[in-house]
Design a protein around this ligand. Structure first.
Ligand SMILES: Cc1cc2nc3c(=O)[nH]c(=O)nc-3n(C[C@H](O)[C@H](O)[C@H](O)COP(=O)(O)OP(=O)(O)OC[C@H]3O[C@@H](n4cnc5c(N)ncnc54)[C@H](O)[C@@H]3O)c2cc1C
Length: 422
């Protein structure tokens, strides 16, 4: 019997259902026992969780089978991240962060790069990161100061990147740096490079603990005159902006929607349990009308978030234009989860404030899904621009076609067992 919710029947094939059961069992049996250890040492970077997922080959969920990957598509990717996040936001973050640079490599890498790197991604022996954000410029890619100059033999990369997901685990970084002269349009001013974590001049700073996702690392990396051979350019010189943006929209947004969804469902489940178990008068807190009203709203929000997250990636698998659905799923998915988180905290009362109750960890982890792959403001600006058929900086944009359309030939996932079309 499938354990998947009927809400998602339209999106899930029998192989998706089997994957769902598989990741649920893995999360319970292998990840849950590690959560306490991760929480007890917030500045320690957990390596075991990544190793366990690597042994399942999940880092290659969208890598073609020709390279040893699962070639399972975007709905399958969402299942992995969503179901892990129900048990551990950190485990889901480790997986999701490594898959965004995989998108960059899949979509822009050449045959030699694919042959050299993808088999190791698929078997889990090589973890990747993508380093775009900078300490001062934050999400403003056009303002980045990390740069690479050609010295006649190699590109020489210098600068500092912040909040790099899997900063301390990755063996290879996709680094986006400025390569053009001042005055060049932002859309052509950056280049993406494949940089080995063990290369001379790559310095990963000591990890400082953060509010949530204990066990996951999203830290600071400095590149000090790192020499990069021309064959390690991803795509073309000047394509870095496209690479950062497309991988963030096609993989980053849905990945974060899946993390939010898992945390959201965890908050609903924990709260339902808590108010049902907590005695009040002749029954339980759950018997009170006002509490049921809040639970009802929590249930409705969770159903909406589930549909949003899966509908968007189903469209991506089908090769349909869906940038706006992916962006909305990320933005609204976080908002719905945050609202549920607030209800959950309040319905746990003072108990929510102690680390003995898992809701405290779930709430902290929920705070970490606002900024990555674009903050709420950035998502809403893009949605509004699309609605208004205009761009805020028309001079910086050349092609207004959605990434899901431009890269559909690479992202479309032919299903072995198609679900009925919507
Ligand atoms: C868990 C986690 C994982 C991450 N992983 C990665 C990663 O793997 N690689 C990577 O490169 N980065 C990563 N990031 C960084 C993430 O991409 C940035 O946090 C994000 O781009 C925003 O940058 P910032 O946090 O510095 O905020 P800022 O860009 O400084 O924004 C601050 C505030 O100003 C608002 N704002 C900024 N610009 C505008 C605007 N134009 N209009 C309206 N409002 C605006 C923002 O919405 C926000 O509220 C990660 C972050 C987190 C928390």
């Amino acid at each position: 019997m499938p354990t998947t919710p009927a809400t998602l029947d339209r999106f899930l094939t029998p192989s998706h259902q089997a994957l769902w059961a598989d990741v649920d069992a893995f999360a319970q049996e292998e990840v849950l026992p590690l959560v306490e250890r991760m929480e007890s040492a917030p500045s320690r970077v957990d390596r075991k969780t990544a190793r366990l997922m690597a042994s399942r080959r999940w880092f290659g969920v969208t890598v073609p089978t020709a390279f040893g990957g699962m070639q399972a598509g975007h709905v399958a990717k969402t299942i992995l991240i969503h179901r892990l996040a129900r048990v551990s936001g950190a485990a889901a973050a480790i997986l999701q962060a490594s898959l965004i640079p995989v998108a960059a490599l899949l979509h822009y890498g050449n045959d030699d790069q694919h042959a050299a790197v993808l088999p190791s991604v698929a078997d889990g022996s090589l973890l990747m990161s993508i380093a775009v954000t900078e300490p001062d410029q934050g999400g403003h890619i056009g303002g980045m100061t990390t740069s690479a100059q050609w010295d006649g033999k190699a590109w020489v990369l210098s600068g500092t990147k912040a909040h790099v997901g899997n900063s301390h685990l990755a063996h290879q970084h996709v680094v986006v740096a400025r390569t053009a002269a001042p005055g060049t349009r932002t859309s052509q001013a950056m280049t993406a490079f494949l940089v080995g974590a063990d290369q001379k001049g790559v310095h990963v700073h000591r990890y400082a603990s953060k509010l949530g996702l204990h066990g996951f690392s999203y830290g600071l990396i400095t590149f000090d005159r790192v020499r990069i051979p021309p064959q390690n350019i991803l795509g073309e010189v000047g394509q870095g902006f496209d690479i950062a943006q497309s991988s963030s929209i096609l993989y980053g947004r849905p990945n974060l929607a899946a993390v939010s969804l898992g945390l959201h469902e965890a908050a609903v489940a924990l709260t339902t349990q808590h108010v049902s178990d907590r005695p009040r008068y002749k029954g339980a807190v759950a018997d009170l009308g006002v509490v049921r009203d809040r639970l009802g709203r929590m249930s409705a929000r969770a159903i909406m978030a589930r549909i949003l997250a899966y509908h968007a990636v189903d469209m991506l698998d089908r090769g349909l234009p869906c940038d706006m659905e992916l962006i909305a799923a990320k933005a609204i998915g976080h908002e719905l989860a945050a609202e549920a988180g607030q209800d959950a905290m309040e319905l746990h009362g003072a108990n929510a404030l102690t680390q003995e109750h898992p809701i405290e960890r779930v709430w902290r982890d929920m705070q970490t899904t606002y900024a990555p792959a674009g903050t709420g403001e950035v998502q809403r600006i893009r949605l509004a621009q699309n609605l208004l058929h205009e761009h805020h900086h028309p001079s910086e944009e050349t092609d207004h076609t959605q990434w899901s359309t431009r890269l559909a030939h690479l992202t479309r996932h032919a299903r072995a067992d198609p679900a009925p079309a919507l």
